[in-house]
Design a binder for this molecule. Structure first.
Ligand SMILES: [Zn+2]
Length: 255
């Protein structure tokens, strides 16, 4: 019998390291496949009062107010955002408020870009956003600032603009959309838009698909909108047609 405990421990460690490496390569490949589905738009004016910012794998949006701006989400790479801001001559200190659709890092890590902004998040995101509940496996979300927690339907007036939160849980428990001035709907990761149709958002990133599907119905029943602006699938200027087509489909189980 030649059982050197150190040798056995060493072999176990090698097996664990190899399994972890294989798993991380597989997850990385899967993430890239999911990212390839996204349809992002470049940093550009959406209309006379909204600017889309491209931030690597995500879009977020700036809405003009009489004396500054509101941001809907904040991107995940502040350094990249600073370059985009410089290219269009945008001053982030003029942002008065940031409304986060949820706490995932690609939407929330950029809040530090806006030193003069209050940050708003759905109160139902609290456990995920503060790391009390894990986002996926052992991974936790976090927020760099203490936000104002909003309840469903609550409206905030920022420098003359009315921003109302509409809960749209599923992607995360506190995922939410925002309606600005009754006409612009910012959906975060509530759904995808592809070929002019609503599709489920990437299931790989979704915590509760059944709830996410219910949330699409909730949002698609909103009326009087002129724009729908997503986190990863661009903008639709035909919300009524988009929602009518979705609601006309026979109800089928989640894919
Ligand atoms: Zn996202």
């Amino acid at each position: 019998m030649n059982r050197n405990p150190l040798r056995i421990i060493g072999r176990i460690a090698i097996v664990i390291i190899v399994v972890a490496l294989i798993a991380s390569v597989a997850v990385d490949r899967r993430m890239k496949k999911e990212y390839a589905r996204f349809e992002l738009i470049p940093t550009s004016a959406v209309n006379a009062e909204i600017v889309a910012i491209w931030n690597r794998i995500v879009n977020y949006y700036l809405v003009k107010t009489p004396s500054g701006w509101i941001a809907i989400d904040s991107g995940g790479d502040p350094g990249h955002s600073r370059k985009e801001f410089a290219a269009i001559g945008f001053d982030p200190s003029l942002v008065r408020a940031v409304f986060l659709t949820h706490s995932d890092s690609d939407h929330a890590r950029g809040v530090t870009l806006f030193p003069n902004a209050k940050v708003f998040v759905s109160e139902r995101e609290k456990d995920i956003a503060t790391g009390k509940v894990n986002r996926a496996f052992v991974f936790k979300n976090s927020l760099a600032v203490e936000p104002v927690w909003l309840s469903d339907g609550e409206a905030v007036l920022v420098d003359g603009r009315r921003v109302q939160i509409v809960e749209a849980p599923g992607h995360t428990p506190g995922s939410a959309a925002y309606i600005v001035d009754g006409k612009y709907l910012f959906t975060g990761d509530a759904f995808a838009i592809q070929d002019g149709r609503i599709d489920p958002f990437n299931e790989f990133f979704t915590m509760d698909q059944a709830r996410a599907n219910e949330s699409v119905y909730r949002l698609a029943s909103l009326k009087g909108l002129s724009l729908v602006l997503t986190g990863h699938y661009g903008v639709s200027d035909k919300p009524d047609a988009l929602f009518a087509e979705f609601l006309s489909r026979p109800i089928t189980p989640a894919r």
